[in-house]
Ligand binder design. Structure first.
Ligand code: RIB
Ligand code: CA
Length: 311
């Protein structure tokens, strides 16, 4: 029986890779995408989500548009240096979609979906957690009704990627993240601890392009902009860190990951805002524990992604 998932996303190049990966994995049933600001304005991430599903031949999957900005803070401007002016690598994939987003907005969509199938639906946030926090506030009963939350975000025992201590999705809305990590449900954190080590080399990307599979060709078209960012930012030869797809890999093959259960808090003040503060000893915090991914079989994740995308 495939796991029913709702992907909350800010596409975004690695979001697109994650969505295609999930669509090609029989272990998962993608019920819908909900969109959020982050890698771009929510109008753009919504258009991109619709386009990704059209290009993937899956415009049967609904898209519900979500938050324009964080719960409390302002959303300034999109990181076009990372994902391109159009959010998908300026690769000519972002014509106006034929399909439209659902009438229901993301937070309500999440509540209705989860409450219609208690215990059966997994939330997979791979962007800022604003929609998830809004859904919690709309209907707290989703805490018990959600099967689990498997999110790409945070940095537990490694540095941040947008500040010395914060990862982008958490940094984009730390107040929302505090609500999500603080609720009494099962959260699995797929953070930079395991997404930074999953590096797609130029050769690996070349193999995708050469495979002539439709999904692999889509990935090969959008990644050049992402490769250029990594070359400039991380001085790579075009190799790139694979954040969002690694969260999908956890859903499919959790055995590729090592985890610890720890209580955490999200810093929402001063210079450390967006940091995931981990109680390493069990002495400081009470409440629910988060499953934190601490190590990963990099080869295993890369092989899994390539095998699925090239199908
Ligand atoms: O820090 C990486 C995360 O921020 C990924 O989800 C990427 O898409 C961006 O949203
Ligand atoms: Ca993302």
């Amino acid at each position: 029986m495939p796991e029913s998932i709702l992907i909350d996303t800010d596409p975004g190049i690695d979001d697109m890779m994650a969505i295609l990966f999930a669509l090609k994995s029989p272990e998962l049933d993608v019920l819908a995408l909900t969109t959020v600001f982050g890698n771009h304005y929510v109008e753009v991430t919504t258009r991109n989500a619709l386009r990704i599903l059209e290009l993937a031949g899956r415009d049967d999957i609904p898209v519900a548009r979500g938050a324009y900005s964080p719960l409390v803070r302002d959303y300034t401007s999109p990181p076009t240096i990372v994902h391109g002016e159009d959010g998908l690598g300026d690769a000519g994939l972002t014509d106006e979609p034929d399909s439209q987003p659902a009438h229901t907005r993301a937070a309500q969509f999440i509540v209705e979906a989860v409450m219609s199938r208690p215990g059966e639906i997994t939330l997979v946030p791979i962007g800022p957690l604003t929609n998830i926090a809004m859904a919690l506030k709309l209907e707290p009963r989703i805490i018990k009704a959600t099967k689990r939350v498997v999110l790409m975000g945070g940095a537990a025992f490694v540095p941040g990627n947008v500040s010395p201590v914060a990862e982008a999705n958490i940094h984009n809305d730390p107040e929302a993240a505090a609500l999500v990590f603080g609720a009494d449900w099962h959260v699995v954190m797929v953070g930079l601890d395991v997404t930074m080590p999953v590096v797609m080399s130029r050769q690996y990307i070349g193999e995708l392009a050469a495979s002539k599979s439709a999904y692999a060709e889509l990935v090969a078209r959008v990644v050049p902009h992402y490769q250029a960012f990594h070359a400039a930012e991380y001085k790579t030869d075009g190799a790139l860190h694979t954040h969002d797809p690694t969260a999908i890999a956890y859903l499919i093959r959790p055995d590729l990951f090592q985890t610890v259960a720890r209580r955490v808090r999200v810093d929402t003040h001063s210079y450390g805002f967006g940091q995931i503060v981990v109680d390493r000893t069990g002495r400081w915090y009470d409440g629910v524990e988060t499953t934190i991914c601490t190590d990963v079989d990099v080869e295993g994740v890369l092989n899994l992604f390539q095998e699925r995308i090239m199908r």
